[in-house]
Design a protein around this ligand. Structure first.
Ligand code: GLN
Length: 447
């Protein structure tokens, strides 16, 4: 597959021919199920779009039954930005319903396969975007990351996935899951393409009150793999990872040393606090955000005996099991008797996590961390909803602290499954993040 950088040099005619060819390849492999649809918003370089990002006149459903029939009346800011840069939205990619999950198995449209092993999940929730790029069926894609949904599927499908600092990319037009955690980001074949796509979609937006008013310039113009950085590794934190992940971790450390970076050992808070703080915060916010799907304003409606019954019927039939579980949990932690014990406490823990990272970043430029405890699991292996949540241990704290992070493919196991690791930077240090990521990528290619 041509890179994004190469594709940006193609003529309109070449791009049209490329897209026809791409559609045929997608149609030839329906079992992969990375795409829900393959329409295009224009004649620019095609970028695959997760089904929770508004593209004007497209059906946009967040992978849910409840949004069947909804047509987006406007473009998300990221789509406007793609189009002004000569890119076009091409195809909606599959995802866990409302981005809640780590496998893409909860989609209304059925599961997506992992291109490296068709019996395995592509990860989630941006599994369609990751599988499309990983299978050579997309030049690049957009995903969203609330607690790892860009980085983890990227790691499972052997691609690059980047989550920007909270506030860097406008959330206007992103189907809200947990508003204080959600960020849109690039999913690409390599680090340079991720930097190019990040530059295109980032920047202040008056339509998103949490979007940050600062301009640090384009990272892709200044990419510098020769900078020598200090990088923290986490010997205790990786104890729960599989041998495959530990092997990749050692390999990445060797590569970083060989590239001239300084490696220091650090510690982070036990990830069990991340999981609790994240799932209380995320479900509380999701409960509030999903209250709007009542059968009156968007998509599907199940007519009931009266208004309240219409709400109940619509939501009972429209939402899947995992979404319902989270609505229940979110309402519980927000209810008056439990608000202080759960929600307020989770916010305090969130502060601790943020402070812990800030302390580490006083001494280092980047942190090297696993993305997931293992490689992509088989379908059904995380059917226990609790097990699935526990598998998110390595990605959640980055969102709780609002940090930028990038998942990079490091190696493949003997069985051919990709292992990705992430680099994490201090807030707004995307330049350092991309420079370090490029250095690691180049060194790994070199070995
Ligand atoms: N797996 C996590 C969750 O289900 C993260 C999902 C995401 O980042 N959207 O909440």
């Amino acid at each position: 597959m041509i890179t994004l950088k190469e594709a940006m040099g193609l003529s309109k005619e070449e791009l049209t021919a490329f897209k026809d060819d791409l559609r045929q390849k997608i149609e030839a492999d329906p079992e992969l199920n990375a795409y829900i649809a393959t329409e295009s918003s224009g004649d620019g370089v095609p970028i695959a779009i997760k089904d929770n990002i508004q593209v004007k006149d497209w059906s946009v459903t967040s992978g849910s039954n409840i949004l069947q029939g909804y047509i987006a009346p406007y473009n998300a800011t990221v789509i406007e930005k793609l189009e002004s840069a000569g890119l076009s939205a091409f195809g909606r990619t599959n995802m866990d319903e409302f981005a809640m999950g780590s496998t893409t198995e909860s989609s209304f449209y059925g599961k997506t396969q992992n291109p490296h092993d068709r019996d395995c999940v592509p990860g989630g929730s941006s599994g369609g975007s990751a599988a499309a790029v990983g299978a050579g069926l997309a030049i690049a894609a957009l995903g969203s990351d609330t607690g790892g949904s860009i980085r983890q599927p990227a790691a499972f499908c052997g691609i690059v996935g980047m989550k920007p600092t909270y506030g860097r990319v406008s959330r206007y037009g992103l189907g809200a899951y947990a508003s204080s955690l959600d960020q849109i980001g690039p999913m690409t074949q390599n680090v340079e393409d991720a930097a190019i796509l990040y530059d295109i979609i980032s920047g202040h937006d008056v339509k998103d009150s949490t979007s940050v008013e600062r301009d640090d310039g384009k990272v892709s113009d200044k990419l510098d793999a020769s900078r020598k950085l200090t990088i923290a590794v986490l010997p205790e934190y990786i104890a729960d990872a599989s041998d495959d992940v530990k092997h990749a971790y050692e390999k990445a450390i060797d590569a970083l040393k060989a590239a001239g970076h300084t490696i220091v050992e650090k510690q982070l808070l036990d990830a069990k606090y991340d999981i609790s703080a994240y799932y209380i915060t995320a479900t509380a916010e999701a409960t509030t955000n999903l209250a709007r799907y009542d059968g009156i304003r968007y998509g599907n409606r199940q007519e009931g005996k009266n208004l309240v019954d219409t709400f109940v019927q619509t939501r009972s039939q429209g939402f899947g099991d995992e979404v319902k579980r989270r609505i229940l949990l979110g309402n519980f932690v927000l209810s008056s008797g439990y608000y202080d014990a759960y929600y307020v406490k989770a916010q305090k823990v969130r502060h601790l996590i943020k402070d812990e990272y800030a302390k580490v970043f006083e001494h280092v430029d980047l942190i090297l961390s696993p993305v997931a405890p293992g490689t992509a699991n088989k379908f059904g292996a995380l059917a226990d909803p609790m097990e699935m949540k526990l598998s998110d241990l390595y990605t959640l704290s980055v969102n709780l602290a609002g940090l930028p992070a990038i998942s990079i493919p490091v190696e493949k196991t003997a069985g051919g499954m990709p292992v990705g690791l992430q680099l994490i930077a201090a807030p707004f240090e995307e330049q350092t993040l991309f420079d370090g990521a490029l250095s690691l990528e180049q060194q790994l290619d070199h070995n």
